[in-house]
Design a protein around this ligand. Structure first.
Ligand code: ADP
Ligand code: MG
Length: 341
């Protein structure tokens, strides 16, 4: 790969390099990159806005995360937040701070991942900002989406008899991170290091190239279900369910044996001598959807392949509990990812 210094292109040259191939696909994107502001028109729909800040060394480690994957993931995690409101992501803006260590080609790789995510999820890149940074890479993405009046789902709408549902499986991204971290440590100072990744593809993909659950939002809409409360699982199931309970003023009861966990996650946890359920409850970055629905939706939910019912809400005085496999009650605690802890 050739290595072009960013200074050679300058800020405007770099912006042009990164954005010249962009074609707008959504009718709500009236004006994208190239003026002082993008212009959007949501024509009577509600506008959803979410933003994420990613700092090198805090949120990602470039020794094992390829830049293209990083770009893809940075975009997808924002889409996930819009889906978690029962909305559709439509536009993003991408702001980057880049230190001298990075070349034009590096940033192009990052953008390839961002653009691929945009293409797959039908989102337009409509602007951003570009600056030098003193150390490391900084990425901030803002996503704008649309929601329909009356169908936007908040965290505070759960009722004390609702069913608790989760999509996909949990803990895999966290175990993928543990594996990458183990191989990074093992490779330190070695020249021709061959990491041991065979049979671990799923957990690696969950960590490096997560997807947002657009499909689940569609399946719910097709079934005519509007969840009473919803959020995406970015910090771990335990901490997320506590958010919903607190905001909805309910308790909850989930069942350990119903928590969906993939085989590779289980194998990895046992290799690390880690408690599997702890990993599934507190491991972050699953980007699955956690939501509640009225009891009457039981059958329709059961018919959706990628969704599992893991418990039910309760009156707030009953607390937030998990019934373990050996019939003990355990109080749920938020032990998930917290960059400020
Ligand atoms: P301003 O001086 O108004 O901030 P800029 O020169 O920073 O404008 O940006 C020019 C145009 O390029 C704007 O439309 C802006 O949204 C877009 N832009 C700047 N940086 C990026 C980036 N990293 N990715 C995508 N678009 C960008
Ligand atoms: Mg600017």
């Amino acid at each position: 790969m050739s290595e072009t210094e960013i200074a050679k292109l300058g800020e405007f040259g770099l912006i042009n390099e990164l954005t010249k191939s962009i074609k707008l696909q959504n009718p709500s994107s009236l004006k994208g990159v190239g003026d002082d502001a993008a212009v959007l028109d949501y024509q009577g729909k509600k506008t959803l806005v979410t933003t994420d800040l990613l700092l090198e060394g805090v949120h990602f480690d470039l020794t094992y995360v390829p830049l293209k994957h990083l770009g893809y993931k940075s975009a997808v995690v924002n889409f996930s937040d819009i889906y978690a409101m029962n909305g559709q992501p439509k536009q993003i803006t991408v702001s980057i701070g880049v230190s001298k260590r990075f070349t034009v080609e590096h940033i192009q790789e990052l953008y390839e991942g961002i653009k691929l995510a945009c293409e797959i999820y039908g989102v337009d890149l409509v602007g951003g900002d570009t600056s030098a940074s003193v150390t490391g890479l900084i990425i901030s993405i803002t996503c704008i989406g649309e929601g329909e009046e009356g169908k936007i789902v908040y965290r505070n709408g759960a009722k004390d008899t609702d069913l608790i549902c989760v999509s996909g499986d949990l803990g895999a991204a966290y175990m993928g991170l543990q594996l990458l971290e183990r191989e990074r440590v093992a490779s330190a100072g070695m020249k021709d290091f061959q990491p041991e990744f065979a049979g671990k593809e799923y957990i690696l993909e969950r960590q490096l190239k997560p997807e947002a659950r657009k499909d689940v939002i569609k399946a719910l809409a097709d079934a005519g279900i509007v969840p009473t409360a919803m959020m995406d699982v970015s910090d771990g199931l335990s901490s997320e369910i506590l958010h919903i309970c607190k905001q909805s003023n309910t308790g909850c009861r989930i069942y350990e044996d119903r928590i969906p966990i993939d085989y590779q996650t289980a194998v990895m946890a046992s290799e690390f001598n880690m408690n599997l359920v702890t990993a599934a409850l507190n491991g972050g970055e699953d980007y699955e959807l956690l939501f509640t629905v009225p009891l009457t939706c039981h059958e329709q939910i059961a018919a959706i392949d990628s969704v599992r019912i893991i418990g039910h809400m309760t009156k707030p005085e009953l607390g937030c509990m998990m019934l373990t496999r050996d019939d003990n009650e355990m109080e749920l605690k938020a032990q998930g990812w917290n960059s400020l802890a």
